[in-house]
Ligand binder design. Structure first.
Ligand code: APR
Length: 254
């Protein structure tokens, strides 16, 4: 399973296949990290981006990285502008990370570097954003290497804390500890984690309404659901698989 690492530094210096930029809907570049990446990649980045604009918040598109080589692609994603936390900002920010990882996998990338999306000009509180970034990448362990690049110590510390934070869930009925509940035909490693009692298998019958439970306790009570909870359960499932494989969760922090 791939590693996740927090790095303090300039994202344009990272030696990865893909660099993610915190863009605006025009994809023409701007200030902050977007400005730094556009300066390093050269004017062709804005030309290529403008052909894919406008980009909705939470979505992600890829262009070549041009002068940023050996970086292969730049993924442009538009984060949410922070208002008060009551306008779906968390969900949009989670989507930026998830959509970028899925696009990176489509591009057969091995490594990706993320900035702290939305925590600058868009005003998203650093600690809250770090929790969302860490949850997203812990629940999407499909790339070999993920770098969360902080440009300041406060962001670096927030990301490091968030990555190290255990994800725990307790049964609302009996109070016992929950384990991830996985539906569908399990891959080998998930079956091994289930045999070790770290993951519960729910079989193949799902409601199809997207409201299936995502946690189960030893008394076989089932609960939870919704986007964020699904990612929490997925993250615990990946970590259970890592334990079964004898890996150290693949999370490395400075
Ligand atoms: N490397 C890594 N991180 C950086 C760099 C850099 N070279 N420069 C800035 N950052 C950090 C900031 O310190 C912040 O933590 O990137 C994070 C995101 O801040 P912004 O770049 O301001 O992005 P965001 O808050 O998402 O606002 C996006 O700003 O630049 C414009 O076009 C962009 O309109 C969009 C808006």
């Amino acid at each position: 399973m791939g590693t996740i690492e927090v790095v303090l530094g300039d994202i344009t210096r990272q030696e990865v296949d893909i660099i993610v930029t915190a863009a605006n809907e025009s994809l023409l570049g701007g200030g902050g990290v977007d400005g730094a990446i556009h300066r390093a990649a050269g004017p062709r980045l804005a030309e290529a981006g403008s052909k894919l604009a406008p980009l909705e918040p939470g979505k992600a598109v890829a262009t070549p990285a041009f002068d940023l080589a050996p970086v292969k692609h730049v993924i442009h994603t538009v984060g949410p502008v922070w208002e008060d936390g009551g306008h779906g900002e968390d969900e949009v920010l989670l989507s930026c990370y998830v959509q970028s990882v899925l696009l990176a996998e489509e591009l057969a990338a091995d490594s990706i570097a993320f900035p702290a999306i939305s925590t600058g000009i868009y005003g998203f509180p650093a600690e809250r954003a770090a929790g969302i970034a860490a949850l997203a990448v812990r629940s999407m362990r499909i790339l070999d290497e993920v770098l969360l690049v902080a440009f300041d110590q406060e962001t670096c510390d927030a990301l490091t804390r968030s990555l190290a934070e255990p994800i725990e869930e307790w049964c609302p009925t009996c109070g016992e500890k929950g384990i991830p509940l996985v539906f569908g035909r399990p891959v080998g490693e998930v079956s091994a984690a289930a045999a070790a009692g770290l993951v519960a298998l729910g079989g193949c019958l799902v409601s199809g309404e997207g409201d299936d439970p995502v946690w189960q306790c030893p008394q076989v009570h089932r609960w939870g659901g919704g986007t964020r909870d699904e990612h929490r359960s997925q993250a615990v499932c990946f970590e259970a698989v890592a334990v079964t494989l004898g890996e150290d969760h693949g999370r490395s922090v400075p």
